[in-house]
Design a protein around this ligand. Structure first.
Ligand SMILES: NC(=O)c1ccc[n+]([C@@H]2O[C@H](COP(=O)([O-])OP(=O)(O)OC[C@H]3O[C@@H](n4cnc5c(N)ncnc54)[C@H](OP(=O)(O)O)[C@@H]3O)[C@@H](O)[C@H]2O)c1
Length: 246
């Protein structure tokens, strides 16, 4: 059954591809990011391909925490209701421990963790008034083990996953499901500068896999499952000396 899905960070990458995939499945969309021109272009594409799908867009910086709830309420009014909220907005700034400006660390924590918490918190407040809903958070494979070149990024992703694991039992009785995604490498501007992206998949394939899992309201999923489910365990066993340059 078509539902209304809000996605943060829909102007690029996974958010963009997920919006297109969900539109193809007939869902109405509430799309946010800082770059409104990109969202408008996405809306135009979706409306052309799927004329029956309603698309609302709005500029929203998730680090303006007090603006997240009001944006959600505006979308709910525009679309009639919201059923699902995807906390997807995130940044990775490439890291050199002890040499980067601290500001980079702060920005990653504010966007990936605090921005997502603000999104999930507002979603819980809104969805519990309906007595049903679905919250989706995008963690990362790096939640399973921090890497030196993504130290703060990894920390934001494990913190987000733990936060969502704690939210899940709290909202279960309010009829709200929580899904946590742990993607491996998905081809987006976030990682296109990296020299190696093992087992990388396209954003379209990643979005398809995520939409399938969202439809089943799974608690969590590694995207794609193979080979990352196996790599997850190996990754934890690799000695520090092999991780040092990663
Ligand atoms: N690609 C991967 O391999 C991979 C793997 C694991 C997890 N992830 C996670 O997946 C999510 C999406 O990443 P992606 O790969 O699709 O990267 P991306 O192509 O760079 O997209 C990131 C999105 O986040 C938005 N964003 C960034 N800062 C924001 C802010 N302060 N407020 C609102 N929106 C903001 C960006 O839009 P604006 O710049 O227009 O605001 C953009 O739409 C992130 O949370 C990332 O950590 C990605």
């Amino acid at each position: 059954m078509p539902s209304s899905v809000m996605i943060t960070g829909a102007s690029s990458g996974i958010g963009w591809a997920l919006a297109r995939e969900l539109a193809a499945r007939g869902h109405h969309l509430a799309l946010t990011a800082r770059r409104l021109d990109k969202l408008e272009a996405l809306r135009a594409q979706i409306e052309q391909d799927h004329p029956t799908v309603q698309v609302a867009v709005r500029a929203l910086d998730v680090t303006h925490y007090d603006q997240v709830g009001p944006a959600m309420m505006d979308f709910a009014e525009a679309l009639g209701r919201l059923d699902t909220v995807v906390a997807n907005a995130g940044i990775g700034l490439g890291e050199k421990i002890g040499r980067d400006p601290f500001d980079n660390c702060r920005r990653m924590i504010e966007t990936n963790l605090l921005g997502s918490v603000a999104t999930v918190d507002a979603a819980v407040q809104y969805l519990q008034t309906q007595g049903r809903g679905h919250i989706v958070g995008i963690s990362s494979f790096l939640a399973f083990r921090g890497l030196p070149r993504s130290a703060v990024y990894s920390a934001t992703k494990v913190a987000l996953a733990n936060y969502l694991q704690a939210v899940r039992p709290h909202v279960r009785r309010k009829g709200i499901d929580v899904t946590i995604f742990y993607p491996g490498f998905i081809d987006t501007p976030l990682n296109q500068m990296l020299p190696h992206r093992p087992f990388v998949i396209s954003a379209e394939k990643g979005a398809r896999l995520m939409a399938d899992k969202m439809a089943r309201r799974v608690k969590s999923a590694i995207i794609p499952a193979w080979p990352w489910c196996l790599a997850k365990w190996l990754f934890r066993l690799v000695p520090d000396r092999f991780i040092a340059g990663m």
